[in-house]
Design a protein around this ligand. Sequence first.
Ligand code: DGL
Length: 264
Amino acid sequence: MSAGPVLIFDSGIGGLTVLREARVLMPEYRFVYIADDAGFPYGGWGEDDLRERIVRLFRDLIDEHRPALCVIACNTASTLVLDDLRDAFPATPFVGTVPAVKPAAEHTRSGLVTVLATPGTVRRTYTRDLIQSFASQCHVRLVGSENLAGLAEAYIRGDRVEPDDIAAEIMPCFVEQEDRRTDIVVLACTHYPFLANRFRALAPWPVDWLDPAEAIARRARSLLAVSEPGDDSEDVVVFTSQAPDFPVRRLMAGFGLRFAAAGD
Ligand code: DGL
């Protein structure tokens, strides 16, 4: 019997940045991509409601897809529900995506690091604890962006996204203290790497934009056996809205994902 698929979960298109890397490292696995677009954006949700929603969704997802492993390719969800998911589904391995504070603290030369994330991720105790544990020697600025995930979705759909709108969201990331400047910005939302070129063009000075997608994929790979390629059925995407618009369907098709209704 072949292993089950790898399930990649996000509130929208952000998890595609992780899927891209995961496919390179786990070419023998089939992927099921879940976009909880009916719940997008996660950034503004209350913690109890979001936790309850995601655990409920996973009851059906695990029943239906029997995944070998689940990647929560969303910081806003991972910083909240990883423990709940592991408790509720102990037989399924989960890999989360949390702000890359540790590598940023290890690599900064100026000691000024910024974490750019959704307002939800910025509020989380999990995020504050990460900073406390791994970056107490640095000055870490937390920037919670209301609009960037939505702007990334719009950009990827092919809509016009004004430079000023992006600039307004990223400018608070740049800190100058005497002769020191921010040198690393952690992209702590999986949607943001889609805008990385726009960020680079608008930045007042060059910084490293830290995208953890490859590290997440490596972690997932390390937990899975190299399996016999057995299941050659297509990779699929399921949208919780059941009704993604045409540009999003086209984007998913471009990523080699066939649109599937829940229960397909
Ligand atoms: N992609 C998600 C993350 O990594 C969040 C986007 C949203 O739903 O606000 O945090």
